[in-house]
Design a protein. Structure first.
Length: 300
């Protein structure tokens, strides 16, 4: 399968090879037709088996490109213009994706829960894929189950202290996710659970993997053995800069609440599209609740 690295190698080795001028237009026409066919297939795939259709889509587009190249008798030899055209084909990128594997709506007299639990598909390492999916499902459902019990206890306490059934408002639980980085080398996504009692509170779960080793990606992997010192220094500098805004407030010990001192060994983070780790603190960890979740990008 072609990928960005192979295309770059082709560009370096064969960019001076002369090809017919009409090739670029024919390739573009093929790409346009392929993208149209892919869109049509995507619309239909909700009504059919996803796996079979994906293989058919890839095969059809790859075959179309091979036919164009073969018609001019140049094999894989190409020039820079042709490589640029091929790089626009969406199916030549990573086939891995994060999608909603389970969606649940549940309503009781205590709470309303809406959950989108993500899963991974398309990883070359199927064992890693299964391991991630099981981990996400188990962690998220356990957290939600715990929250359900809390909300049931909350209603019980409301009624026992004189509250009336008709005055009780159902509490809300929601689960959703966000893909932070997905490439041939890195998979990073977050799952967040929101619970609403007196105010909204988030439980956050971050999943970071090095797809070249099939291992979890750590801050040490990304920043080196001095990762704690590197992260602490940059976080303190960013807090100092943000604190110049009078609307921002970070705990510093003056109110009897200790502020940020250091990241922990199990510090939560994700990898952004630039490839940098972004360290995350939940509400109330290092600042008052109105400041919300705090994120700090750490450059290497």
């Amino acid at each position: 399968m072609l990928n960005d690295e192979k295309i770059l190698n082709l560009k370096k080795g064969y960019k001076d090879v002369e090809i017919p001028e009409q090739l670029t237009q024919i390739v573009q026409d093929t790409i346009n037709r392929a993208e149209t066919e892919l869109l049509e297939e995507n619309i239909k795939k909700e009504k059919a088996q996803r796996g079979k259709k994906m293989k058919k889509q890839i095969g059809s587009i790859a075959a179309a490109i091979v036919i164009v190249i073969g018609a001019f008798g140049i094999g894989v030899n190409t020039n820079e213009a042709f490589a640029d055209s091929v790089s626009q084909i969406p199916v030549l990128s990573s086939l891995a994706k994060v999608f909603t594997i389970e969606q649940v709506h549940e309503e009781t007299d205590s709470y309303v829960a809406d959950m989108k639990i993500p899963g991974i598909e398309g990883l070359k390492d199927e064992k890693l894929q299964k391991r991630i999916n099981e981990l996400v499902h188990n962690q998220v459902t356990a957290a939600v189950d715990e929250t359900k019990v809390t909300m049931q206890d909350y209603k019980k306490a409301f009624l026992e202290t004189g509250g009336k059934e008709e005055d009780f408002m159902q509490q809300e639980i929601s689960v959703d996710y966000d893909v932070k980085c997905l490439s041939d080398k890195v998979l990073s996504f977050s799952v967040y659970k929101t619970e609403t009692l007196a105010s909204a509170y988030f439980d956050m779960f971050y999943y970071n993997y090095d797809l070249t080793t099939s291992q979890p990606l750590t801050l040490r992997d990304m920043l080196g053995s001095d990762y704690i010192e590197i992260a602490n220094k940059q976080i303190k500098e960013q807090i100092a800069e943000r604190a110049k805004n009078p609307d921002n407030m970070y705990w510093d010990g003056s109110d009897g609440i200790e502020g940020f001192t250091s990241i922990s060994d199990s510090q939560q983070f994700y990898v952004n599209k630039a490839g940098n780790p972004v360290i995350v603190f939940n509400k109330y960890e290092i600042a008052p609740g109105y400041m919300g979740i705090q994120e700090f990008e750490i450059t290497k």
